[in-house]
Design a protein around this ligand. Structure first.
Ligand code: FMN
Length: 159
């Protein structure tokens, strides 16, 4: 059976992490961009990974919609959940907690935050302003943790 990685990304960071996961998982892995609007039948996958970036404390709406629409089926999958975001510490814990429905979190075999990226060239004026104020930087930065992607992939692979 193949693995589905359903991801929602705004500026490409989550998409990049989904691609890294696919590479590390090997075998039959399908990447599904939740923002593509394409229909998908998840019954053919026994492992499903859902990933989204976090903006102002929330995952992208397409990730929430996907979870809510497929809740009944997702509960019976080998499930992995991840977020991309720039928060650390307690804020990160809260974000992870709020990211996905509790029913899914309690069933998930892997839950992780891979870190985040600020790519100013991809942000609109408003986003640049918010990031500059909150993170006090105007330089591109990445806190993506490849070791976390590695261990997440390993858990999913062995499940
Ligand atoms: C306007 C704005 C708001 C953000 N808000 C949050 C936030 O509330 N929490 C967080 O952890 N990261 C936040 N981030 C950081 C993004 O989650 C991070 O840049 C992520 O890597 C983006 O992933 P994407 O390119 O896949 O959308 C914010 C970034 C921007 C530009």
């Amino acid at each position: 059976m193949s693995i589905l990685i359903a991801y929602a990304s705004k500026h490409g960071c989550t998409e990049g992490c989904a691609a890294k996961l696919a590479q590390r998982l090997g075998g039959k892995v399908e990447l599904y961009n939740l923002k593509s609007g394409k229909a998908i039948d998840i019954s053919q996958y026994d492992k499903v990974i859902i990933g989204s970036s976090v903006y102002v404390g929330k995952v992208n709406k397409e990730a929430t919609e996907f979870c809510n629409k497929n809740l009944g089926e997702l509960i019976n999958k080998k499930l992995g959940l991840f977020i991309c975001g720039s928060q650390e510490g307690d804020g990160l814990k809260q974000e992870l907690d709020a990211a996905y429905p509790q029913e899914l979190q309690s069933k998930a075999i892997a839950i992780e935050c891979f870190g985040g990226e600020f790519t100013f060239g991809k942000m609109n004026f408003m986003e640049k302003t918010i990031v500059k104020v909150i993170s006090k930087t105007n330089k591109d930065t990445s806190t993506i943790k490849d070791d976390k992607i590695d261990s997440f992939a390993q858990i999913m692979k062995n499940a």
